[in-house]
Design a protein around this ligand. Structure first.
Ligand SMILES: Cc1cc2nc3c(=O)[nH]c(=O)nc-3n(C[C@H](O)[C@H](O)[C@H](O)COP(=O)(O)O)c2cc1C
Length: 369
């Protein structure tokens, strides 16, 4: 147990989870204003090894371990997250218009016996203009992504409206982010249903985005597990669009949750979707299923869900992920988790005789016939 786990975490876990989340972000924002403090944090957490550097979508990542969307929704903490050693920072999800998210409280729950977080935020966002303005001063030097989402209005929005929201938001962030992530099926809005589930609608969205000038590389965040046929359908839709550089796989664990330490009756009282180690197997399966089918020269995979150790990250990389997101483990293991994972990755590639982490990508997943 490190100092965070033995001392700070028990204190933080006494407080409301959403309050803790917000307060942490605000603290990161203010503390990062001091270059001196940022340097102290950086030197404490520094672990840079050129073997972990990778190029994805034409962007140079110092290491493959990033913070996925949801931690820093309104782009407060990019500089501090970079100082902690994350190799990329994804802010958001951001909707074009300000949105309060789900009205019910609480809307994020700790599930400590399973190192999980039950999330029912419903994508609150300060709105694209406010977030873009803040990001101008908080943008890290590592690749900086913005996750875009439709505003949560508690029911399915008409498709024309959703398309316009996405393209308007993309325009606001061109030149202000290194890549965009389209959160096209957020499980916390409209009960997980999105008009973009329909591949024909997704095609309309991509056609609209093609008209956006100076569009950065775009990743699609696909939430539910997809069958081979469904994967092929999405790949066919994205095929004409060179700006789509890959997929963020964030597969949910099937419900009712099985094999957990937390009693089901406790979980049933919490709305939302469970993040953390419960997602290991579904995300592993999704990475493998997608990597089998993608054009590897063209598309990359970001695995988001259930990475809490170097072994998890490495397994995903060997299955086909070029990058991995680590969020829930930050809450349970503390800020040292990023360094631990990076150090562990170096040991693992050395053990297996790879010169760089890139050489390990996909070695465990053969191409589909
Ligand atoms: C508190 C919280 C809020 C999240 N909010 C978002 C979000 O706004 N947009 C998004 O694309 N994903 C969101 N996610 C999902 C994460 O990006 C990631 O896919 C998921 O947490 C699984 O990774 P983990 O197990 O490392 O947490 C959220 C996750 C958590 C825990």
């Amino acid at each position: 147990m490190n100092l965070y786990q033995s001392l700070l975490r028990p204190l933080l876990f006494q407080c409301d989870a959403e309050w803790t989340h917000e307060t942490t972000l605000r603290a990161c924002h203010w503390l990062a204003k001091s270059g001196w403090l940022r340097e102290r944090v950086r030197s404490h957490h520094a672990f840079d090894d050129p073997r972990l550097a990778c190029s994805v979508a034409g962007l140079a990542f110092p290491n493959p371990v990033g913070i996925p969307a949801g931690f820093d929704k309104d782009a407060h903490a990019g500089l501090m997250l970079e100082a902690l050693g994350y190799g990329f920072v994804e802010a958001g999800s951001v909707s074009r218009d300000p949105s309060p998210g789900n009205p019910a409280r609480p809307r994020v729950f700790r599930v400590p016996a399973d190192e999980g977080l039950m999330v029912f935020y419903g994508v609150p966002s300060e709105g694209a203009v406010a977030v873009a303005q803040r990001a101008a001063s908080t943008r890290p030097r590592v690749p900086f992504g913005i996750s875009l989402v439709e505003a949560n209005i508690g029911r399915m929005s008409p498709i024309e409206d959703v398309l316009k929201q996405f393209t308007d938001t993309a325009r606001i962030f061109t030149g202000r982010a290194d890549y965009l992530q389209l959160n096209i099926n957020c499980p916390n809005t409209t009960g997980g249903e999105s008009p973009l589930d329909d591949p024909a609608h997704l095609a309309l969205l991509l056609a609209g985005l093609r008209e956006v000038e100076n569009l950065p590389p775009v990743f699609l965040k696909i939430t539910p597990f997809r069958t081979p046929a469904a994967i092929e359908a999405i790949l066919a839709v994205v095929d004409p669009y060179a700006f789509i550089k890959g997929f963020v796989l964030n597969t949910e664990a099937p419900k009712p949750y099985a094999g957990l330490n937390t009693p089901l009756e406790v979980l049933r009282k919490m709305p939302g979707t469970l993040c953390g180690p419960i997602r290991r197997k579904p995300v592993d399966d999704a990475v493998s299923a997608w990597y089998r089918r993608i054009d590897r020269a063209r598309h990359a995979i970001i695995a988001a869900g259930g990475t809490s150790s170097a072994a998890d990250a490495y397994r995903r990389i060997r299955l086909g992920a070029s990058l991995v997101g680590v969020l829930t483990a930050l809450v349970y293991r503390g800020p040292g988790v990023v360094r631990d994972i990076k150090e562990g990755l170096c040991r693992l590639i050395e053990r297996d005789g790879f010169a760089t982490i890139c050489e390990a990508v996909g070695v465990d997943t053969p191409r589909a016939r």
